[in-house]
Design a protein around this ligand. Structure first.
Ligand code: TK8
Length: 340
């Protein structure tokens, strides 16, 4: 009952936002606002570029009254710290991994399911459809407003020890994972020595060999210069990771409908830009990583199948964690998308 009421409230709020969005900035109810927008990656990354598009669009739509101050490189702290700052009202906005939100909304674990989607078409449909809306809506109760999902991307494995051609090659590899129980379980199942660490500590952990490896999309391996400290890249595509753009609910509730509409519209614009930009970069990134000296290998279909097998137990755990209704709805939508 409680959940249904909240979902409804979120839907109503978004509908109201869309209605008033046609007003020109001058006529609209918009006051000067400063929005501190934190993110973890470098300014020169797909994340940084999309934050800039968001900031420019907010300025444009608000006639320059609403200012977004973009603060990258985890200068405001790791994702979990920024989330708390948003909840407390000390920071207005951020973008980060959905994976670091599972402690706040357990349903976010849905996106951590290994091999959940096969391609970006399925990812977009799921994230922008009713399932994605429902999961995003779970944040509202917890002091966060989730506006849109961006693409982080399909994750691939890197390490500094040796090429990973089969599951057994993961034995003894100390692998950094995100601070998230599904990722931790997954890589333990696969035989790695999985260590949770915030992203902000990752480069130096790799550099000092505190950990041997990590997993992230090509874009991040490139923009974060992981190729400087990681020799081997294995194309695993083991999970598709989204990012989510969130607003402090305390801040959001103090905004007029028009101001909310500005943020909502700019978020959609940034999402569309970000996905396109990320996909273009990812398409070229592997060749660049090879040129930077990484040794790249693809996991064979047989080894991928073994990996999936090992992770069946993890999937069952996610289903329990997010609830059977949501899990069944997700599988239903995926079956439909696949023409089943
Ligand atoms: C950046 C992180 C990053 C994620 C990770 O803040 O932690 O490995 O993939 O994109 O959210």
């Amino acid at each position: 009952f409680k959940t249904r009421r909240n979902t409804l409230a979120a839907a109503v709020a978004l509908a109201a936002v869309a209605l008033s969005a046609a007003l020109p900035a001058q006529a609209a109810d918009i006051k000067p606002r400063l929005i501190r927008f934190g993110y973890g990656l470098a300014e020169n990354s797909n994340q940084g570029r999309a934050v800039k598009v968001f900031a420019d669009e907010v300025a444009k739509l608000s006639g320059g009254k609403m200012k977004v101050r973009a603060i990258g490189g985890a200068a405001l702290g790791p994702d979990t710290q920024m989330q708390q700052a948003l909840i407390g009202g000390a920071q207005e906005m951020m973008v980060g991994s959905t994976a670091t939100l599972v402690g706040i909304a357990k349903e976010m674990a849905l996106w951590d399911t290994p091999f959940l989607v096969n391609n970006v078409r399925e990812a977009d449909a799921l994230l922008d459809g009713p399932v994605g809306d429902k999961v995003r809506g779970k944040l509202t109760d917890k002091g966060l407003v989730g506006l849109v999902y961006w693409e982080n991307g399909f994750r691939n494995l890197t390490n500094s020890k040796h090429a990973v051609n089969k599951l057994e090659d993961l034995d003894g590899i100390k692998l950094r994972v995100m601070q998230n129980n599904v990722f931790l379980d997954s890589f333990k199942q696969l035989g790695a020595n999985a260590v949770p660490l915030p992203y902000s500590e990752l480069f130096s952990a790799l550099e000092t060999k505190a950990v041997d490896g990590q997993e992230n999309p090509y874009n991040t391996i490139l923009s974060a210069k992981f190729y400087e400290v990681q020799k081997y890249l294995t194309v695993t595509n083991h999970v598709y990771s989204p990012w989510i753009v969130t607003v402090s609910k305390k801040f959001w509730d103090g905004l007029s409908k028009d101001e909310q509409a500005v943020l909502q519209q700019a978020a959609v614009k940034s999402r569309d830009f970000e996905r396109k930009d990320t996909r273009e970069e990812a398409a070229k990134a592997l060749a660049e990583l090879k040129a930077k000296g990484m040794a790249v290998n693809e996991l064979s279909p047989a080894e991928t199948a073994r990996m999936r097998d090992k992770l069946t137990r993890v999937n069952a755990g996610v289903a329990t964690q997010v609830g059977m209704d949501l899990w069944t709805e997700t599988q239903g939508q995926l079956a439909k998308l696949r023409g089943g």
